[in-house]
Design a protein around this ligand. Structure first.
Ligand code: NDP
Length: 402
């Protein structure tokens, strides 16, 4: 494919203090392969320093030189939600859109319809629910993501948040910052996780990594998934399998959510399901905000049905400044950061470059990276998603003001 392409890349803004000139660490570990043996991203070359900030505007996923040297047009913007945003203006003649789930460019059916040349949507990360997959299927587009690139990053964040909730870390930290020494206040909601029942909804790459990381805490581990893990894995981790999510939540003190957002899982955690949980349960959701019903979570925290809620995913993103999850009691939310550590960025930037190299050379993109291709779900998409659209309501992101 020799003709010039227009690549539109939507990334989050640089730090308010400016693009970093130095970093806390001089390097990141070089991984040889993913835990299941899948090979790491393997572009022919990279033009960035692994460990640098690549996911923000000035980092540009390290793609600028590569694309411009070949004569392609590379447009990078963070302006994506307001009316007549740069994203909306530039998409009309874009061939390829690249977006990160942390600052998602919502590729709705309307936007796809406005972009006659658009053939490829790349998720720099994992989770392509910000794309109307039904519209992409109907337009015969390719949608792909960098499978596994940040699965372990998210698993680490989920374990951190499980502990933060059960031990009630955030208020204790706040007492220190505020100059206090209030032990009784600090411990009045603090428990040990040892002996608790901890379950994951979906035991894919992230869910299984969370189970493995929780095992040394001497908890009872549970999971539900559409496909069952092997007997060996179940035995090794002493797992209890639940045929459905309802059975899982009834048995657990802590539930960590790790399924993709697709029509089957949208608003899975609604008032009805949460009412079946043990009183005083905890939910950690690093999967997608829309898997949980916003008001049901707030209500459950207010009534004490949930003792805590944490995670890093919201709907939409960015959430409006008055989004109720910012203010609800006993939460330990972060902005959507778990999958965009500097370590993860190096992997997904390399993965995006690999995908682009394949695309320009008209070589097949790895099957495990595919979500939609050839007019249907494909690769990982065929295994883990269902057809349809989950972008409805994403225009609310335009209410966020810096
Ligand atoms: P995987 O594809 O490895 O795992 C997803 C698992 O979800 C699969 O085992 C799949 O089942 C299962 N699943 C799908 N639908 C259901 C359902 N209705 N009920 C139960 N299980 C279901 O992906 P990862 O583990 O790498 O990532 C999972 C999700 O985490 C991503 O899709 C994304 O939304 C989110 N994520 C968040 C990040 C962050 O920064 N916060 C970063 C990366 C991912 P099966 O395939 O067996 O049918």
């Amino acid at each position: 494919m020799n003709q010039k392409q227009k690549i539109l890349c939507v990334l989050y803004d640089d730090p308010v203090s400016g693009y970093p000139t130095q970093y806390a660490r001089e390097s990141i570990p070089e991984l040889k392969q993913y835990p299941d043996g899948q090979s790491m991203p393997s572009p022919a070359k990279i033009d960035f320093n692994p460990g640098d900030l690549l996911g923000s505007i000035s980092g540009g996923l390290g793609l600028k030189k590569f694309l411009e040297d070949q004569g392609h047009e590379f447009v990078v913007t963070s302006d994506k939600d307001v009316q007549n945003s740069v994203f909306d203006q530039e998409i009309v003649d874009a061939d390829i859109v690249i977006s990160q789930p942390f600052w998602p460019a919502y590729l709705t059916a309307e936007r796809i319809a406005k972009a006659p040349n658009l053939k490829l949507a790349i998720t720099a990360g994992i989770g392509s629910d910000h794309v109307d997959l039904q519209a992409a299927i109907e337009k015969n587009m390719t949608v792909c993501e960098v499978t596994y690139c940040n699965s372990i990053s998210v698993a680490e964040h989920a374990v951190m948040q499980i502990l933060a909730l059960v031990r009630d870390y955030i208020p204790q930290y706040k007492w220190v910052i505020d100059g206090g020494w209030n032990i009784a206040d600090s411990v009045s909601r603090s428990y040990d996780i040892e002996g608790m029942d901890v379950g994951v909804v979906a035991a894919g790459r992230i869910g299984l990594a969370v189970l493995k990381r929780m095992k040394p805490f001497d908890v009872n581990l549970h999971y539900t998934d559409r496909h069952r893990l092997s007997e060996d894995v179940e035995k090794d981790l002493n797992l209890t399998f639940h045929a459905d999510v309802e059975s899982l939540v009834k048995s657990c003190d802590v539930v960590s959510i790790h399924c993709p957002l697709h029509p089957e899982t949208e608003h899975l955690f609604n008032e009805n399901l949460i009412s079946k949980m043990k009183k005083g349960s905890y939910i950690v959701n690093t999967a997608r905000g829309k898997i949980c019903e916003r008001d049901a979570i707030v209500k459950a925290l207010e009534t004490g049905q949930l003792a805590g809620y944490a995670g890093d995913v919201w709907f939409p993103q960015p959430p409006p400044n008055d989004h109720s999850w910012r203010m609800m009691p006993n939460h330990a939310m972060t902005p959507h950061t778990s999958g965009t550590s500097l370590s993860a960025q190096a992997r997904y930037a390399a993965g995006v470059r690999e995908i682009l190299e394949c695309w320009f050379a008209e070589k097949p993109i790895r099957d495990e990276y595919l979500i939609v291709q050839g007019g249907g779900l494909a690769g990982t998409g065929a295994h883990s998603y269902s057809e349809g659209n989950t972008t409805g309501g994403s225009d609310e992101a335009s209410k966020f003001k810096v």
